[in-house]
Design a protein around this ligand. Structure first.
Ligand code: ZN
Length: 412
């Protein structure tokens, strides 16, 4: 009997082994989906940019309201959906709008309030979330079944005119800083503004050097092309684009990266985390956005209304009904990943969804944090190997994060 049982176990293991070794191109569609879901949960998944703090900033924490972080019908990120999608290391965006640059403290108090907020999530929901200062922290948190909440600050304005604030934000757990947002600031020119510094300001050059010295990743999303090239020359460590896509697919989106910039970031050993926002990844949506903005403005001005007027809401809703926004399929995101892989190599691409920050304008099949398995399924269909997918999911981002820490350690 014992011999029979042992033989049965060996045969079963043989069958499992065969099932695992079945080539992707011979899998049924259902098998491929199961395989993609398995990979999404086998690998760490980093996401360069999630705007949860911005979406929930007005909410006061109570025993009830804390549940929106666990599960919500609004937005795209919460614990339940992230867990389902295998998302284990979403960078929480400390987003400081350009308007704060005019404040006396350059938005430092505001940035602190969002940082406090992320810290509070980890404190109030310790069985589900934990802070993370290094890739090793992320791994330790996963071993305890927790989703990590690393922090990235979107806009360097709160550094003000004091370089010591770079270390201040490092000590508060910020591990990347996007040099600016949609307008020029004291650090550099933005892709959304007209040239002021022709790239980095003299102070901005010091900020980049200080970020390298302290160990904060330099994020070039949102910056002007001139800023980008100056950062590439100056940086002593690899840089990231925390949430940027390819201008190749949306030529009017200056916020996206040109082919030449993607190649340059690859040479810097950096990483482009692809943004999923449909207006950044597809020119039909970008064109629709600019055309509809003008047409809505014309409709409102004819009626002498401002966008805030209660009557304006109904007119805008009617316009949207008459002129539906073009839809974009998840495959478009894979096109961007393919493009970066072709230009810079598989080592230089990652995910940077912009979930909770794009008014729901996301591709079909990738509309919230539960859908990473679907993205992996489409990567498998395009011929990406398990090793390739592991790099995109976290290895590329972790390589940069670790290297930036290492460069900082060596400079002390
Ligand atoms: Zn952004």
């Amino acid at each position: 009997m014992k011999i029979h049982n042992a033989a049965a176990v060996i045969f079963l293991l043989f069958l499992i082994g065969c099932a695992e070794k079945k080539p992707v191109d011979r899998m049924t569609d259902e098998e491929l989906q199961v395989y993609a879901d398995k990979l999404a949960h086998k690998f760490i998944i980093t996401d360069g940019h999630v705007d949860l703090p911005e979406r929930l900033k007005g909410i006061k924490f109570t025993e009830d309201s804390i549940n929106v972080v666990m599960s919500s019908k609004k937005g795209e990120f919460d614990f339940v959906r992230a867990k389902k999608g295998g998302l284990t290391a979403p960078f929480m965006s400390i987003y400081v709008p350009s308007s704060y640059q005019k404040e006396a403290d350059f938005g430092k108090a505001y940035a602190d309030s969002l940082i406090n907020w992320v810290d509070l999530i980890a404190k109030k929901l310790p069985d589900h979330f934990a802070l993370a200062l290094t890739p090793a922290d992320v791994q330790a948190n996963i071993n305890n079944g927790k989703i990590s909440l690393p922090k990235g600050m979107e806009n360097g304005a709160p550094i003000g005119n004091d370089l010591k604030n770079v270390k201040y934000f490092y000590d508060r757990g910020v591990r990347y800083i996007t040099l600016t947002h949609s307008q020029n600031n004291q650090i550099c020119d933005s892709s959304g503004d007209t040239a002021k510094w022709n790239g980095l300001s003299p102070f901005g050059r010091q900020v980049v050097e200080e970020m390298n010295r302290v160990g904060i990743m330099v994020d070039i999303s949102h910056v002007d092309d001139s800023t980008f090239y100056q950062v590439m020359k100056l940086a002593k460590a690899p840089c990231i684009a925390s949430h940027s896509s390819c201008r190749y697919f949306s030529p009017t989106t200056r916020r996206d990266m040109t082919d030449d910039m993607i190649i340059a970031l690859g040479k810097n050993d950096g990483v482009v985390a692809v943004n999923f926002y449909t207006a950044f990844i597809d020119s039909t949506v970008a064109n629709y956005q600019s055309k509809s903005r003008k047409q809505i403005e014309a409709i409102l001005s004819e009626k002498k209304l401002t966008a805030q007027d209660p009557l304006a809401g109904a007119l805008i809703a009617q316009y949207r009904k008459d002129h539906p926004r073009p839809t974009v399929d998840i495959e478009r995101v894979v096109d961007h990943i393919d493009h970066i892989k072709t230009l810079a190599g598989i080592e230089h691409v990652a995910f940077g969804s912009d979930f909770d920050g794009v008014d729901g304008m996301l591709p079909e099949g990738l509309t919230d944090a539960s859908m990473y398995p679907n993205l992996i399924y489409h990567l498998l269909k395009r011929g990406y190997t398990e090793n390739d997918i592991e790099k995109i999911c976290y290895k590329n981002f972790f390589r940069v994060w670790n290297k930036v820490e290492e460069v900082a350690k060596n400079s002390k």
